[in-house]
Write a protein that binds this ligand. Structure first.
Ligand code: NAD
Length: 258
């Protein structure tokens, strides 16, 4: 096993220890093979937790192709371990260019998937535009994030959506745990890694007081930042105020962020 794979495998093992529900499903899938004969095309942040999801579907008998839904978020060690240790077809690389990003999404669609697991709706959008050749085989899809769901609802309203899509973002477990708590934590993890600065004492502007915004504002406050919220929905703006945040229009708020 090469060094990169070894690192990635350790991360996958760590993730699976903390995903007991998925591991129960994996055990059942390994025995029952409910996805035998099906092809699943995935575009997700390619890291340990989504990696274990791909492994679980493969254990269920599915043929998998995985690309990233974001050119910056791939963990190359996990991608490598998924390839070498689990035999999955992974088309993702950290810092991939825009051309490489779309090339990788095309590689996923080249398998002519039965099902699509999308985050941001790029695969689904391509199936309706540049990759209509693969549309015939798609039975359904699911979409993970708020932005993707907004795109798809507009397509559905225009009568343009050609297969059913499950809106994962509307699951309570998703918007509460991922959007609010997950994004609240990972936004600061990324910010601190990128800047090597403390958050305490910094004036921080949070744009929007929806599920993500609430989590980010809560974590910013907990880390000692001085937090300003901007929000166009008057009820949420008042909620932010009652939660103890300053609320102002972005044009004023941005001047305070320093
Ligand atoms: N892990 C992640 O990185 C992650 C996870 C979930 C969602 N997201 C993304 O985060 C974004 C927010 O998702 P969410 O679930 O919190 O959505 P949401 O709909 O719950 O909240 C968005 C809020 O922004 C407000 N808003 C809209 N336009 C505004 C403007 N011009 N100025 C100020 N406020 C404005 C809306 O009124 C709403 O309250 C989406 O783009 C979503 O795709 C990222």
């Amino acid at each position: 096993m090469n060094e990169l794979s070894r690192k990635g495998l350790a991360k996958l093992h760590w993730a699976q220890e903390h995903m007991p529900a998925l591991m129960e499903i994996r055990k059942r899938f390994s025995e029952e093979k409910p996805l035998k004969g099906l092809k699943v095309g995935m575009a997700l942040h390619t890291e340990a937790k989504t990696g274990m999801l791909a492994v679980t579907l493969a254990d269920g008998g599915a043929e998998i192709r995985l690309a990233s839904c974001n050119p910056l978020s791939t963990d190359d060690s996990v991608a490598e371990a998924l390839r070498t240790e689990y035999g999955l077809e992974v088309h993702a690389k950290k810092w991939e260019s825009q051309d490489e990003y779309y090339c990788n999404l095309n590689s996923v669609l080249d398998m002519h998937p039965d099902f699509v697991i999308d985050d941001g709706a790029d695969l689904i959008a391509m199936l309706h535009t540049t990759r209509k050749d693969a549309l015939y085989n798609v039975k359904g899809a699911n979409e993970e994030t708020t932005t993707g769901v907004i795109r798809l609802k507009a397509m559905a309203a225009a009568g343009a959506l050609r297969f059913p899509v499950m809106d994962v973002n509307d699951a309570k477990m998703k918007f509460l745990f991922d959007n609010r708590y997950g994004t609240g934590q990972s936004a600061f993890d990324g910010w601190m890694t990128a800047t090597n600065l403390t958050v305490a004492g910094k004036r921080t502007v949070v744009a929007g007081y929806g599920w993500c915004g609430k989590g980010v504002a809560m974590r910013a406050k907990g880390l000692g930042a001085i937090v300003v919220v901007t929000e166009v929905d008057p009820i949420k703006a008042i909620e932010a105020r009652m939660d103890g945040f300053e609320v102002m229009p972005m044009v004023e708020a941005v001047k305070t962020a320093r």
